[in-house]
Design a protein around this ligand. Structure first.
Ligand SMILES: Nc1nc2c(ncn2[C@@H]2O[C@H](COP(=O)(O)OP(=O)(O)OP(=O)(O)O)[C@@H](O)[C@H]2O)c(=O)[nH]1
Ligand SMILES: [Mg+2]
Length: 414
């Protein structure tokens, strides 16, 4: 196990500094790094050369020797110059928050798609940091903390090779993405509603999906992996839920978010996150037992905005109700309090989901004249048709229309 000293820069306008440092420690733990000590400096802004001030660099140097540390972890993304200068001055491996997060992703990635996405993000991160003839202390930045991913073989890579690698990864991913897209389009055609679960990492998204399966009348579905750790889930899992009233929807669990999520990762995981964008409804799961949950909500909302998913209806799910009474938050609406462990609040949550998905639907009987066959094909594509009969006066159907289609084809409804 590697032993690290954490370094945090407490900028004047950061209100949640202690929380961010605690989160950095959890990220280290997820990478099996032991934290020996935390060194903090209060400043107005980072210095260009070392991120921290020159006096702090000296203090850090002494601490490294005293505590026999193997590496130093900084609380925010360092510029290539800062890393270079720090490594030179300290004679030790220097990494930042971004490297830690990339590393956790590399350790957790299991599917081909997730592995390619992580590798892509790592290569993009490395690209500006690879200097011709760079000294070997850069190796950690390249190979992470002994995880899979690009790994040791990258030591000899130069910029050109990295660029080739990036374009190869893009090509490989494109192929996988098109498969996923085809599946999604099929779902759309089948007129299946999709509910996407989203939220901060460790908020209970996977636990919520598993609990939801218990409320499905056809529950032959496989449970997903849930665990008390950052980024337990990296791949998307989709399961079908059929409610007692036979209303059916698909529910999707996917990767969680964290503050300062490296933008290369968001880019690389766009295809995974597209699932959220294409959903009929979003469940935003909030760990209301976490004292910083409001901050976490803001982080998630910002990512959703970045994904252009802000026009999709959202239900705010205040989770972990069994640990603490649910907080009163009037600005989050509609909102349900639940416990994904005990199932408390689930009947309300399910009712709300059902209402949003199905309430705006009108069950109707229609007669579509034969010469309007195109309307029939269109409806078959867009809505659920329960029965079809070809009679003298046209095609008789029993269908479920949303408001829009209901108004559009009013004249054919009987
Ligand atoms: N007490 C309590 N614990 C919960 C609840 N929901 C989830 N947990 C716990 O919180 C931890 C994280 O749960 P997950 O479902 O893996 O969280 P996630 O949001 O999927 O996390 P990532 O996949 O890592 O982003 C686990 O230890 C769960 O048992 C809840 O309602 N009450
Ligand atoms: Mg999960």
């Amino acid at each position: 196990m590697e032993k690290a000293i954490l370094v945090g820069l407490h900028l004047q306008d950061t209100v949640d500094f202690n929380y961010m440092m605690a989160e950095l420690k959890s990220l280290c733990e997820a990478c099996e790094i032991v934290v020996l000590e935390t060194i903090i400096q209060k400043m107005d802004k980072p210095t260009a050369n070392f991120y921290i001030g020159p006096g702090k660099v000296e203090e850090l140097k002494a601490a490294i020797i005293n505590l026999e540390a193997d590496l130093v972890v900084f609380d925010d993304e360092l510029s290539p110059t800062q890393v270079r200068n720090l490594e030179k001055a300290l004679q030790i491996k220097v990494i930042d928050r971004t490297v830690l997060i990339l590393d956790i992703f590399a350790r957790r990635a299991k599917t081909k798609e997730a592995m390619l996405q992580v590798e892509l993000a790592q290569c993009e991160y490395m690209l500006p940091r690879v200097i011709v003839g760079a000294n070997s202390s850069f190796s950690r930045q390249r190979s992470g903390t002994g995880s899979k991913g690009p790994g040791e073989k990258q030591l000899e890579l130069d910029r050109r090779f990295l660029k080739e690698q990036i374009s190869r990864l893009h090509d490989d991913l494109k192929e996988l993405v098109s498969i996923r897209r085809t599946q999604r389009e099929k779902r759309k055609k089948d007129n299946t509603f999709t509910v996407a679960i989203t939220g901060y990492t460790n908020s209970g998204k996977s636990t919520l999906l598993n609990k939801m399966l218990e409320y499905s009348i056809e529950n032959s579905e496989k449970y997903v992996f849930e665990k008390n750790m950052l980024f337990a889930t990296l791949e998307t899992a989709t399961r079908a839920v059929t409610l007692k009233n036979n209303h059916r929807f698909l529910i999707t669990d996917t990767v969680g978010f964290i503050s300062k999520l490296p933008h290369h990762l968001i880019e690389a995981f766009k295809s995974t996150l597209e699932e959220i964008k294409e959903a009929t409804l979003i469940l935003h799961v909030i760990d209301s037992a976490n004292s910083q949950f409001k901050k976490q909500v803001d982080v998630v909302e910002a990512v959703l905005k970045n994904l252009e998913a802000k026009d999709i209806p959202v239900i705010y799910v205040l989770n972990k109700l069994d640990l603490l009474p649910a907080p009163e938050i009037s600005q989050l609406s509609p909102c349900v309090s639940v416990s994904a462990v005990t199932g408390e609040g689930f009947p309300e949550l399910i009712k709300l989901i059902d209402n949003i998905l199905y309430n705006s639907l009108h069950r109707v009987r229609m007669i579509i004249p034969f010469e309007k066959g195109n309307i029939y094909s269109f409806l078959k594509d867009k809505t659920q048709i329960f029965s079809t009969e070809y009679l003298d006066d046209g095609i008789h159907i029993d269908a479920e229309l949303n408001d829009h289609l209901f108004n559009l084809y009013k004249q054919y409804i009987i």
